[in-house]
Design a binder for this molecule. Sequence first.
Ligand code: XIL
Length: 685
Amino acid sequence: MVGVAVNQRNITQPEQIALVKQEFNSITAENDMKPGVIHPKEGVWNWENADKIANFCRQNGIKLRGHNLLWHSQMADWMFYDNKKNLVKKEVLFKRMREHIHAVVNRYKDVIYCWDVVNEAIKDGPARPAFMGGGQDQPLRESTIFKICGNDEFIRKAFEYAREADPNALLFYNDYNECDPAKRDRIYNMVKEMKAAGVPIDGIGMQGHYNIYGPSEEDIEAAISKYEEIVDHIHITELDIRVNQEMGGQLRFSRNEGAVVTNDQKLLQEKKYSELFRVLRRHKAKVDCVTFWNLCDADSWVGVNNYPLPFDKDLKPKNVHTVLTHFDPAIDTQVIKEDFQPCATCQPRQQYPQVNSQGFVRFRVVAPDAKYVICSAGHGGGMGGTVLKKQKDGSWMGTTLVPEDEGFHYYTVSIDGAQVLDPGTNSYYGGSRWQSGTEVPAHDGAFYAERTDIEHGNVQKILFPSKVNGDQLRPAYVYTPAGYGKNPKQRYPVLYLQHGWGENETSWPVQGKANLIMDNLIAEGKALPFIVVMTYGMTNDIVFGQGFNRNKLADDFQKVLVDELIPYVDSHFLTKADKKNRAMAGLSMGGMETHAITLARPETFGSWGILSGGMYTPEEVKDKKVDYIFISCGSKEGPDRIRKAVDDLKAAGYNAESYISEGTAHEFLTWRRSLYQMAQKLFKK
Ligand code: XIL
């Protein structure tokens, strides 16, 4: 069952009623059934709001949890005193308790199926230190009730009275900080001992007032495992996960006024929620009900700025809601093989990140004083990102929730919000900055393997003069095949190969492995030897949100490429300087540039390639005298439109081919494979 604590608005305003009915099948009254609220003075009863909640449940067939019959806070304090304001004898207290419990339990017997009989009677704090002999101190909260009784008799009595009043209701002991090992043991010891003595306790309520940093998965699991030994029902009774570092049920806390919830905090919260629910699913035999403490952030007792619930202040579901409702059950039981090896992207002698034979990636970052560490790669709670866990040695470690696709992936590390590179890996330009990278070995990775049994070409950096947007030198990497220049009479075709948005001239030669792909193809006689020129496509001059002028970009870059770089390359390298022997291709935004520039300057390029960056239509290509068109993408990128575009081109009589990279998305393995396919076809006609 999934429950929600409700106030009066939640059950009277149509929009909120609809949400409650759609999302929840159990309700708890947030305040309206507490002793101090329902029974403020001897003989005075405020039934009205409690009745409304009970009727709402009756009418809508929603289960009702009773909360609560005895608590140190929001208590019917009059029960503790006589008319001279002196504490009463425990016999008087017990009589009043019994009358109260009987009245409330009887009134809602037909609809309330379980009661938090006693709330928060155990004290907080660590176990007794070793120098004082260790073990547990007096375990009870030193409340007024405790003072009247001097022992736990009031707890036993409350359960007995509740059982008398309703033999069918499930009776719970409910508390917060219930995963803290010291408090957990106090709760465990008390319930165990009472049950042995015949006190009718059916379940333990774990309030679940958590935060994005804790309690840890291990502590939650350990608490549930202990409680499971002694009761058959465990309810998470008051779940919320704050974005600050406080937890528990105390009424003094920071409401985070004025604070902005960061994306990191959102991810940490998604991770905490999803990790918690994975634990709960493992224990579903005894965990019957999870109740969120309030309907949405605007209702939350810890304040809207603590962002604690699956529904935001406007009742809209957050990503947390998706994480909790659209989880993959296979993940709960998956077994991760412990055959991790350092990634190929690791710097020399660095051991992390690592990858295993299934494609899981494991990160390790040393940051002993950090509050949190997140790697933006892989999947953690819900969306992208893997939240690392602090280890005893001060390092932080974490494994992706699911395997990564084969091939290369960029990531950065957030250490307390500072976006830094993982010192374990080499750096790769992407996202308009240097990033870290993981590499999951591809089953077909031999085509870019570093082979010692073949001749290799060269990649050299050139600087060419440019007048577009001011006088300057622009960079390009030029791949020349093995043996280039040995025979000055031998001239080569040229492929101008573009990177995507956020990348630069280093992306194809480094993460793209363009030179290795060419070396291997040429050595095996699968591709003609040709030159590959990889320059900066000016893509990062675009700032998102400030208007993306595709035409201006293509215009500027067209001048740089066609009017400046090509003449420079043709005059400095042994090129075949004609249309037939010149190709342009690009990935993603580089594909869009290719599209625009090849169509605008058809006299320059004979072969055209678009990799995950769009397509050509027969109308566009008409009269442009193109020799060869190559269009590709990953199978996870909606490949049907690519296939269709190529079918249309073929039907119109063009020499076009499509290629779909199996099992990959908008990422470099798609483009490495695409280059491998395309290079075999270029300049052969
Ligand atoms: C809270 C309510 O949400 C608040 O509106 C009220 O002011 C104080 O109590 N542990 C419990 C709940 O068992 O009853 C408390 O509810 C939160 C902590």
